[in-house]
Design a protein around this ligand. Structure first.
Ligand code: SF4
Ligand code: SF4
Length: 441
């Protein structure tokens, strides 16, 4: 049964350029740059010094905070610097720079832990925490924290294979190429939560992934089903996905566990299996490199810390000078202005567009058509939120639930007036956070 959610849009998929492209390993670069924060939550503190030799998978930065994820060396080599470097969030951040020795010599502590069958739930959570796993769909929330927040409350495990953003096919390829690893990770999560069943949700524009997963299922036992979902953006957003699979509504401001659900991205789930069976922490991730300015779009398995420039060069460089570069999808991604910034744990795509694909550069103007209201899957009133943010009326923004905005970009996409709606809501949220820190609002 599929329960529809209100709102959403139907952007052109643009997935043909990479959906048939198998994941290629990108050779590790001469230097990797590892920011101390690649996750939501507390940044880590470096635990290595300049000149120190580190081994593949060795911890180089940690935090005692429960909402954080350790950072590991994605190559073996020498610590060349611990300094502030460009970060793909647009700012700069303390980072550990490693000079690759080319040996890929693994740390001796890295060894298989066993399997979901042989470990206890507590041991599995500890493996996930030590592996530095975060949500690989782009959100980068620490996975062990998410697991812990749902313990004793979750009756429905949903694995998110929707991948509803245009251009991105990295999860699609993971489903086609490593279905056994996904199922291994599902079994680990089922054991942790004490569940007898789980759902892998995949949009119907990926019938081969649905077929591959279903074909793999009987060999791994019952209890797991594959649910095809209508192709509509933002079907892969957590709250919309829970609605589509269970019919349950997550209340405003609440977490999925409030309605008994837990949602994990497919590649995160596969990474749980890999961490358990190999002991290797999160050192690489699959990145779709696409867009009209990219010579040869690909899906690449990239070491975390690889400069964006090196990733684009691996696809033959730019066909023409890009007008816009985005990390993530065109709806929710973050514009990039410095190709020295590195691939981080949450990087699922790098897109480069020619000038013709940018929005028309005209004065934005609201024509009061109300299309943004119909498109909003969170039942907000984007046109009013925009108006209040522009006038700096933050109390009104809060009253109209700007904090519930999932920044999906559906309103901006549909707006004929070309208003920068999502940008405005991100700004409002930022201003509200700052006001709260000062004790106001
Ligand atoms: S979609 Fe754009 S133009 Fe239409 S009401 Fe909303 S903000 Fe105004
Ligand atoms: S207001 Fe927020 S949640 Fe609603 S459509 Fe716009 S970006 Fe998405």
């Amino acid at each position: 049964m599929i329960f529809p959610f209100q709102g959403g849009v139907h952007p052109e998929g643009h997935k043909d350029a990479t959906r048939q492209k198998p994941i290629e390993p990108l050779p590790p670069p001469a230097r990797v740059v590892l920011p101390v924060s690649m996750h939501i939550g507390a940044p880590c503190e470096p635990v290595v010094k300049v000149g120190q030799h580190v081994l593949l998978g060795e911890k180089i930065a940690v935090s005692a905070s429960p909402v954080s994820a350790p950072i590991h060396a994605s190559v073996s080599g020498t610590v060349a610097a611990v300094e502030v470097c460009p970060h793909p969030n647009g700012g700069r951040m303390l980072s550990v720079v490693l000079e690759n020795d080319g040996a890929d010599a693994p740390h001796p502590d890295i060894r298989p832990f066993g399997s979901a069958e042989t470990l206890t739930a507590e041991e599995l959570i500890a493996v996930v925490r030590e592996a530095g796993l975060v949500g690989l769909g782009g959100a980068a929330f620490p996975t062990h924290t998410k697991i812990a927040s749902g313990l004793g409350k979750v009756d429905t495990l949903i694995v998110n294979g929707a991948e509803c953003e245009p251009y991105i096919t990295s999860d699609h390829r993971v489903m086609l190429e490593t279905p056994e690893e996904i199922l291994g990770g599902v079994r680990a999560l089922m054991k942790i939560y004490g569940l007898e069943s789980a759902v892998i949700a995949v949009e119907t524009n990926k019938p081969d992934a649905v077929e591959t997963l279903r074909r793999t299922l009987p060999r791994r036992g019952d209890g797991v089903r594959v649910a095809p979902l209508a192709t509509r953006y933002p079907q892969g957003a957590e709250k919309q996905l829970i609605r589509a699979v269970t019919g349950r509504e997550v209340p405003p401001g609440a977490l999925p566990a409030a309605v008994g659900a837990a949602v994990f991205n497919v590649d995160t789930v596969a990474s749980i299996h890999r961490a358990v069976t190999t002991g290797m922490p999160l050192l690489r991730r699959v990145v779709t490199v696409s867009g009209s300015a990219v010579s040869n779009p690909k899906n690449l398995s990239v070491r975390i810390g690889t400069p964006l420039r090196a990733v684009f060069e691996a696809t033959g460089g730019f066909r023409e000078q890009p007008f816009k570069i985005i990390m993530g999808g065109p709806m929710m991604g973050v514009a990039q202005h410095n190709l020295d910034a590195p691939v981080v744990k949450g990087t699922n795509a790098l897109l480069a567009f020619s000038r013709g694909e940018g929005k028309p550069e005209k004065e934005p103007v609201c024509i009061r058509c109300g299309r943004c209201v119909s498109a909003c899957p969170m039942r907000l009133l984007p046109v009013y939120l925009y108006h209040y943010e522009q006038k700096n009326m933050l109390a009104e923004c809060e009253r109209m639930r700007v904090s519930d905005c999932i920044e999906c970009g559906s309103c901006s996409y549909i707006c004929p007036g070309r208003l920068h709606l999502v940008h405005s809501f991100r700004t409002a949220k930022q201003k509200l956070r700052e006001a709260r820190k000062r004790g106001g609002n």
